[in-house]
Design a protein around this ligand. Structure first.
Ligand code: TRP
Length: 320
């Protein structure tokens, strides 16, 4: 079988180094091996908040993040939910294939409801995993690079595909999740790295912003720098970050810093991150607003062509 990769992100804010080392770097590798679709999941933004917010700005920035890290729009189809009516229409037959009990059982949805600040849980919160099945199946995606929290959604997708095929004949492949490594990086305050907590280095951060964030990072006052994730998590996290940027083992960096203390560690980390981000910043600056618009228009047109074919096939299989 010829594999097709599909993955995506909600456009809610800039991507950061945690995203990069957790999943984006892998995408850049995958584009060499497979046909690939990358979805800017704009309709999914309103699952856990009342409005899409600054959706246009976030969409543009997400696309620029992709381009800056080296996703090649000549090979990869980058597109948005809101531009592909035929993808969205798949939601209707797909919803008929799952029970309310199954929707309620989804552990990621449960977790998101528990952490949501919304006063009422919307119907979309329970049904967006089925919409995500449409994201994956509209292009007959077979490989879905995602983090652990997305595994239940890939299971829903497999369920939808299997039931559709049983009821209406063989149309969809059963996609597989491709699990990335677990996130190696914590936020600079020791919590989960997240843009909203101000503890993450965005791929679009300037040199100065990077320096300020690392200067504020939590460490300790011991002079001798050692890599000890359990007892010195802040120090270990900076060593991990610098190590990822330099492609070197964190322990080796610790030995090199020796008794230079947190100041030396932070200086080394700042230089490593800025060095690493330099080509990414350079590539970002090469794209004009007009380029971004054209790339999105072309990606949407290509994705839409694919979606039209699949929806036709679905309607025919169902006897409409
Ligand atoms: N739910 C994913 C996230 O929040 C984004 C997403 C939407 C996605 N549709 C997808 C990921 C399809 C993989 C495949 O990160």
């Amino acid at each position: 079988m010829n594999d097709v990769v599909l993955t995506g992100d909600r456009p809610t804010g800039p991507l950061h180094l945690g995203h990069y080392f957790g999943s984006l770097a892998n995408r850049v590798r995958l584009q060499d091996a497979y046909p690939m679709y990358v979805l800017i999941a704009d309709y999914q933004v309103i699952t856990d908040r009342d409005t899409p917010g600054e959706i246009r700005r976030h969409t543009t920035e997400l696309l620029l993040d992709y381009l800056a890290i080296g996703i090649d729009p000549a090979r990869v189809t980058i597109f948005q939910h809101s531009a592909i009516p035929e993808l969205n229409q798949l939601l209707l037959p797909f919803l008929s294939l799952v029970s309310v009990a199954e929707l309620r059982r989804n552990p990621t949805v449960k977790d998101e409801i528990a952490h949501s600040s919304q006063r009422a849980v919307s119907g979309l919160m329970f049904t967006y995993p089925v919409h995500q099945a449409a994201d994956i199946l509209f292009c007959k995606g077979t490989l879905v690079p995602v983090g652990r929290d997305q595994l239940p959604h890939v299971e829903v997708t497999r369920l939808v595909a299997r039931r559709f095929n049983e009821r209406y004949g063989e149309v969809f492949p059963l996609p597989e999740a491709m699990m990335g490594e677990q996130p190696l990086l914590k936020g600079l305050d020791g919590g989960k790295m997240s843009k909203s907590r101000g503890n993450a280095i965005a791929l679009s951060a300037t040199e100065d912003e990077t320096a300020v964030l690392i200067r504020k990072a939590r460490t300790d006052s011991e002079r001798l720098i050692t890599f000890d994730e359990e007892h010195r998590p802040g120090v270990a996290n900076l060593l991990t970050l610098a190590g990822l940027c330099l492609g070197r083992p964190p322990r080796e960096l610790a030995d090199e810093i020796g008794d230079g203390g947190a100041a030396t560690l932070k200086r080394l980390t700042t230089e490593a991150v800025n060095e690493f981000l330099r080509p990414i910043r350079k590539r970002r600056a090469e794209f004009t607003a007009a380029d971004v618009q054209r790339i999105l228009t072309e990606g949407n047109a290509k994705a839409r062509e694919r979606a039209v074919l699949t929806l036709d096939e679905v309607r025919a299989a169902m006897g409409f």
